[in-house]
Design a protein around this ligand. Structure first.
Ligand code: IPD
Ligand code: CA
Ligand code: CA
Length: 273
C-alpha cells in the first residue's frame, strides 16, 4: 500500500472488500436477472420511471451487512435502506442495482456500485457489471482500472470527436435538458443514454464516452464513479456541494478537453440546486 494513503485507516482492506462484495452482489444480481419475469416491480412514489424490486432490496441488505460486519465503525448510505452514521470518516455510498429499468426490461446495462467517501471526498470505487464481465475499480491516488487494465479518459478536444452520455429524471426533463441537447447537436456532438449513471461514469473514465451530463443525479449513482474519473484524469463539477450527498445535484464528468465546452452548453443549471 502506498504512503499516500492515510495510515490510521485500513484503506487497502476496504478496497479489497469493496471489490469482493461488488462482484458477489453482481453474481447474485445475475441470478435474479435471469428470472426477472418472476419479480414483482414497484414504482416509487409518483415517478413511473423510478422502479424497485426484491432484487434491489436483497442486494443492498447483503452489501450493507458485509461492509458493516467488517468495518462496524463505518457509515452507510444506500438507495434502498437509507443511512446510518453519516458523520463517520469512512462512509459507504451504495446503489445495489444501478440501471433498474434496464434490469427489469432485459437490457444488459446495469451494475452494482459501491463507493466510499473518506472525510466527505470519494476515495474508493467498485462498479461490477456482470453482463460484460467488467469490474471498474480504483482508489484515490492509486489509479483506476477495468479488470486489470488502467483507465484513461479521452484525449478529445471537441464534442464532435465522440459520444456524450446523457441522462435526465422527472421532474427535470425539459428545461434542464432540451436546450443542452440542442447545443450538443448544434456543435456536431452526439448522445448516448444507456440507463445506468454509474456505468456511464465508468465509461467516461475508460475514454469510451467524452463526458456524461445528468440533470439530477443521486450520490449513490456516482460516488464510486467519481473516484474512477478523477484517477483517470477527468474532471467533475462540485457534485457533493450543499445537499448533494442526500438529495443529489446536477452532474457533469468529462475529459479535460471538452469539460468547459460542455459546461457552457449546460449553463448556470449545472450549479443550481
Ligand atoms: C438511475 C440510473 C439512470 C439515471 C437515473 C437513476 P436506478 O438509477 O442511474 O441512468 O438516469 O437518474 O436514478 O434507478 O436505476 O438505480
Ligand atoms: Ca441509481
Ligand atoms: Ca438503484
Amino acid at each position: 500500500m502506498s504512503s499516500a494513503l492515510p495510515h490510521d485507516l485500513n484503506i487497502e482492506a476496504r478496497y479489497v472488500l469493496a471489490k469482493q462484495v461488488a462482484q458477489e452482489a453482481a453474481r447474485r444480481g445475475m441470478a435474479y436477472y435471469q428470472k426477472r419475469e418472476e419479480l414483482n416491480i414497484e414504482h416509487k412514489g409518483d415517478d413511473r420511471q423510478d422502479l424497485v424490486s426484491i432484487a434491489d432490496r436483497a442486494l443492498e441488505d447483503y452489501i450493507r451487512a458485509e461492509l458493516l460486519a467488517a468495518f462496524p465503525e463505518d457509515g452507510f448510505l444506500g438507495e434502498e435502506s437509507g443511512s446510518a452514521d453519516l458523520s463517520a470518516r469512512c462512509l459507504w455510498v451504495v446503489d445495489p442495482i444501478d440501471g433498474t429499468a434496464c434490469f427489469v426490461n432485459g437490457l444488459h446495462n446495469w451494475c452494482v456500485s459501491i463507493g466510499m467517501l473518506l472525510d466527505g471526498t470519494p476515495h474508493i470505487g467498485a462498479i461490477a457489471d456482470p453482463n460484460h464481465i467488467e469490474l471498474f475499480h480504483g482508489v484515490r491516488g492509486q489509479g483506476a482500472f477495468v479488470n486489470e487494465r488502467p483507465l484513461r479518459v479521452s484525449k478529445a478536444s471537441h464534442v464532435r470527436e465522440g459520444l456524450m452520455g446523457v441522462g435526465t429524471f422527472y421532474p427535470r426533463g425539459t428545461e434542464y435538458f432540451l436546450p443542452f441537447l440542442t447545443s450538443l447537436l448544434g456543435e456536431g456532438g452526439m448522445f448516448l443514454r444507456n440507463g445506468s449513471g454509474a456505468l456511464m461514469t465508468a465509461y467516461v473514465a475508460a475514454g469510451r464516452l467524452l463526458g456524461y451530463y445528468e440533470t439530477l443525479l443521486k450520490s449513490w449513482d456516482c460516488a464510486a464513479g467519481l473516484v474512477l474519473v478523477a484517477e483517470a484524469g477527468g474532471r467533475s463539477n462540485d457534485f457533493l456541494r450543499g445537499e448533494g450527498l442526500l438529495h443529489g445535484n446536477p452532474y457533469l464528468v468529462a475529459c479535460p478537453g471538452v469539460y468547459e465546452q460542455v459546461a457552457e452548453m449546460i449553463g448556470p443549471m449545472l450549479n443550481s440546486d
